[in-house]
Write a new protein. Structure first.
Length: 175
């Protein structure tokens, strides 16, 4: 066989050629032999196969990501809830206090309880509903404020001092 004919994609292995609509100007997956004794595919076919493999891999990744998004969207979501008042307690909010309320999910995937957290003060409580968790957190914040404020500041450790600073930054005594 003529070496130039083998290197020309238009004359490549006539018996293995596919239709132009299937592979553009490519060739089937079957390999063609060259006069050098090597078995290789034309460069255009190699590129096409590599692109198809990449496309299949990309489609699998998109499917996996879609599944993960659906799973995350089906989970109960966390909420940021403002506390604007501590009434009827003898305390008032200096500014709205943003607390985080997260569901505690049981084996069935449904929320069984809710954890309300005042992150700045490192205070958390658990309640059966979002409203109960927030109400219990307000009570806990007031109790912690009272407990820490009655002690001399120098007797408090680093973390209780940080809690007191965070509480004094969002609430104050009204009596």
């Amino acid at each position: 066989m003529d070496r130039n004919r083998l290197l020309d994609p238009e004359s490549q292995c006539e018996s293995y050629r596919t239709t132009a609509t299937e592979w553009g100007k490519g060739y089937s997956y079957q390999e063609c032999s060259h006069s050098f004794g090597q078995r290789t595919r034309p460069r255009s076919q190699q590129v096409l196969v590599a692109r198809q493999i990449a496309l299949v891999s990309l489609a699998a990744k998109v499917e996996e990501l879609s599944r993960r998004v659906e799973e995350l969207e089906s989970r109960p979501q966390s909420h940021s809830v403002p506390i604007n008042t501590f009434a009827p307690k003898p305390f008032e909010a200096i500014r709205p206090v943003m607390v985080l309320v997260e569901p505690v999910v049981d084996e069935s995937g449904e929320p069984s309880d809710y954890i309300a957290t005042f992150p700045d003060g490192a205070i958390s409580v658990t309640g059966d509903t979002i409203e109960e968790a927030v109400s219990l957190l307000k009570d806990r914040m007031v109790a912690q404020y009272k407990r820490l404020a009655q002690r001399p500041r120098v007797s408090l450790g680093r973390i209780p001092q940080q809690q007191l600073d965070a509480l004094q930054g969002v609430m104050r005594r009204t009596e």
